[in-house]
Design a protein around this ligand. Structure first.
Ligand code: FAD
Length: 324
């Protein structure tokens, strides 16, 4: 058994952990472990292992990037799945290329960015992804999928839906802008960056804000936001707004998105602990491992939080974190 890397810092193990350096090696591993339960992971920053994993964990050691195409306005960059997303963004910002700066400091790797449709500060991976190359597990053929065919939604994609466990993302192509088109309307980003920011100013501001709010996983285990922000019908939002002063909210997809952090805080969970798990005091959307949490501690805390949001607001909040 081998320890599985996961940013929650949970002590969980897999029967086999295997890394590959190119797509042919990946094919060989799929052949070798045919019939086994297989899970491909990235940095393990959005996973909650509920138990040891009785199967094969695959991880990519492919870490190259290349420019595919360039015109007066844009550059297409293709990155391999094992590239650390924030290292890629740092490089792009350094080159003055814009589009991903708001996604700075999100943990994890390129492959998962296309699976999760990661998002922060008003930008989502889908805004910059043009194509995703995958290896179909059934016939081990490579297929290129256009972003329009990836069914992107809020923290979701076809890879979390009908293609879950059926293909492995191997390469992602992003389209970057040569001209900066700053997206500063989310949260306090505009006031943090100041006037006439460069792409690097925006990256640095995002990192500063994130460091104030989110725990460093090297110090306190977590998987970032544990729950998705629910989108409720306008009437339901209005009923809540009539009872509380200043309910934070955003119009989205014909409904109203209410931050799950606000709902959780209203239920009194901020800072509460259950076993070794805690609802993080600075950002109640994050559940942390205080050092000796077991998977059950986190599962129990998450379930109790969900139940009280359901009871108090009649809103179902669902996990963003993948339970394995
Ligand atoms: C402190 C902290 C802050 C965070 N902040 C944000 C944030 O602001 N916004 C946000 O969106 N997320 C955030 N996250 C969540 C996390 O960073 C993202 O979900 C990230 O994309 C996960 O990347 P990973 O490489 O760790 O993937 P993993 O957690 O290892 O895997 C995630 C999922 O993708 C699948 N997967 C991984 N690689 C592949 C592949 N190559 N092919 C097919 N499937 C694959 C896995 O099976 C799993 O289902 C945060 C997490 C932490 C710990």
């Amino acid at each position: 058994m081998t320890n599985i890397p996961n940013t929650f810092g949970l002590n969980v193990r897999a029967k086999i952990f295997a890394e590959y350096h190119n797509v042919d090696e990946l094919r060989e591993l799929l052949d070798r472990y045919q019939g086994e339960r297989i899970l491909h992971i990235g940095a393990g920053s959005n996973l909650l292992f509920t138990n040891d994993f009785d199967g094969v964990i695959l991880h990519s050691a492919m870490r190259r990037c290349r420019a595919l195409q360039e015109d007066d306005d844009h550059v297409l960059i293709e990155a391999e799945n094992g590239v650390v997303l924030d290292e890629l963004i740092a490089q792009l910002c350094d080159m003055g290329l814009s589009g991903m700066e708001n996604l700075s400091y999100i943990p994890g790797e390129v492959g998962a960015s296309a699976v999760q449709n990661v998002g922060a500060y008003g930008v989502e991976a889908k805004d910059v992804i043009t194509e995703v190359r995958v290896l179909r597990m059934a016939d081990k053929q490579e297929v290129v999928m256009r972003a329009e065919d990836c069914q992107y939604g809020y923290r979701s994609s076809i890879f979390k839906g009908e293609l879950r466990d059926k293909c492995i993302v191997t390469h992602v192509t992003y389209r970057l802008n040569k001209q900066l088109d700053p997206q500063l309307d989310y949260g306090n980003l505009r006031s943090e960056v100041g006037d006439n920011p460069t792409v690097m100013d925006i990256r640095n501001a995002v990192i500063r804000i994130r460091k104030q709010k989110l725990p460093e996983v090297s110090e306190l285990g977590s998987a970032g936001s544990f729950f998705k922000n629910p989108i409720v019908p306008r009437e339901q939002y209005e009923a809540i707004a009539a009872q509380y002063e200043r309910v934070p909210h955003y119009e989205q997809d014909g409904g109203v998105k209410i931050p799950a952090a606000w709902l959780i805080e209203q239920c009194g969970w901020k800072g509460k602990t259950m076993g070794g798990a805690q609802c993080y005091p600075k950002q109640p959307l994050v559940l942390v491992n205080l050092g000796n949490a077991t998977p059950e501690d986190i599962i129990n805390l998450a379930a109790a939080i969900c139940q009280s949001v359901q009871d108090k607001f009649n809103i179902t909040i669902s996990p963003e974190v993948n339970y394995i």
